[in-house]
Design a binder for this molecule. Structure first.
Ligand SMILES: O=P(O)(O)OC[C@H]1O[C@H](O[C@H]2O[C@H](CO)[C@@H](O)[C@H](O)[C@H]2O)[C@H](O)[C@@H](O)[C@@H]1O
Length: 359
């Protein structure tokens, strides 16, 4: 992951403004039917290609909701081959996890709840809650979300889980002495971005003011980070919205902007992401040095790539991307939608419950 500056001309003056964007080094941007790394793309566009630069920004905003990206059948075939369904490969996953302690990490939006227009109405079904509860009774489990911890807890309402809100910058749980956690049954609390709270609050207010004239734009306070949603903003207003966000953020070198599903995520520049939350939780659970642990991370968004990456680097467990189509990912397997996530969680429970000595 690098912090790159995307230089985009101001919509009115045309003056280029550097817009800090954190993205994986492998990120590719579309142009004329091909895809290029950012540096190469900007070189191709040349210094005066303002219109093309705006198109590049728009393409990257469109690509932030991958369900709209068409992909050809060949892409799909290769994708399915390299990232098979975690349900189809369940027996292989069982075999790899045999004799190891499974630890489950779950993203929230797009993974446990379907993506909906209103972020305040992204409810989890009672069946999904049941499946997550059953998993958490058997394996240490955590929700790792971009949302503020309190909000995601309100949706999930399960006290047996760890919760890592604000993209992992606010970690807590489960309640002290909760019987369902065999290891690490003490309350943990980790808030590495506490010092940023006043700035986040200030920027929250400034953003609300700055985007209030754009119909459909919504600023969400996630405590240690902020979301500016454009799912309900007309596409012709997207560049204007990006400009407004830029205008506010340019005065705050302590903050950076990342891109989620039709959302700009404004976060402290500290090196702490969902991957760090995974590391922290594994350590809290006593699995830091252990080779007998099998972490499973399930997520749908770019921010979940940090979680997948950590598991790859540790060479432990596996990442499962929730996606219907090809995406660049560090995950090994896929599930198409939250319904399949629920099926996968249920299979984990059934497998663990089979009274065989093999576990
Ligand atoms: O890490 P996550 O749990 O996936 O949270 C990431 C962001 O999710 C939410 O926004 C996304 O879901 C909304 C509800 O389905 C949708 O309207 C929006 O377009 C998506 O980006 C949440 O509202 C954000 O605060 C989170 O950062």
């Amino acid at each position: 992951m690098t912090n790159q500056k995307m230089v985009i001309p101001d919509a009115k003056s045309g003056i280029p403004i550097a817009f800090p964007v954190a993205m994986p080094d492998s990120a590719l941007f579309p142009l004329n039917g091909n895809r290029f790394p950012l540096k190469k793309l900007l070189k191709k566009l040349g210094p005066n290609a303002n219109g093309a630069r705006i198109n590049a920004l728009l393409d990257s905003m469109r690509a932030s909701s991958p369900t709209r990206r068409p992909s050809d059948p060949e892409d799909h075939a290769s994708w399915n081959f390299h990232h098979p369904s975690a349900l189809m490969m369940f027996e292989e996953i069982e075999a790899a996890a045999m004799g190891k302690q499974i630890v489950v990490f779950l993203d929230y939006d797009g993974t446990l709840s379907p993506i909906v227009e209103d972020p305040d109405r992204a409810f989890i079904t009672s069946e999904m809650r049941e499946a997550v509860r059953d998993v958490a009774k058997l394996f240490p489990s955590a929700i790792v979300s971009g949302r503020c911890r309190a909000k995601v807890y309100d949706f999930v309402q399960l006290s047996e889980l760890y919760y890592a809100g604000s993209h992992g910058m606010d970690i807590k749980g489960p309640s002290k002495g909760h019987k369902s956690q065999k290891r690490g049954n003490q309350t943990v609390l980790c808030q590495p971005a506490r010092a940023f709270l006043p700035i986040i609050d200030e920027v929250y207010k400034a953003l609300i003011e700055q985007v209030k004239h754009i119909p459909g734009a919504k600023v969400e306070n996630n405590k240690f980070c902020l979301s500016v949603h454009y799912r309900c903003v007309e596409e012709k207003k997207w560049v204007e919205l990006a400009d407004q966000v830029k205008l506010v953020i340019k005065d705050y070198s302590q903050l950076r902007v990342t891109h989620g599903r039709k959302v700009f995520e404004i976060r402290p520049t500290i090196k702490w992401d969902k991957g760090n939350a995974v590391e922290f939780l594994l350590e809290s659970l006593g699995f830091d040095e252990s080779s007998d642990v099998f972490p499973i991370y399930i997520g749908d968004d770019r921010t979940d790539e940090d979680g997948f990456r950590v598991l790859r680097e540790r060479d432990q467990g596996l990442g499962i991307l929730v996606s219907k189509g090809p995406k660049e990912t560090n995950a090994s397997y896929t599930l198409q939608e939250p319904m399949e996530v629920m099926q996968f969680l249920r299979r984990l429970v059934e497998w663990k419950k089979v009274p065989l000595f093999r576990h």
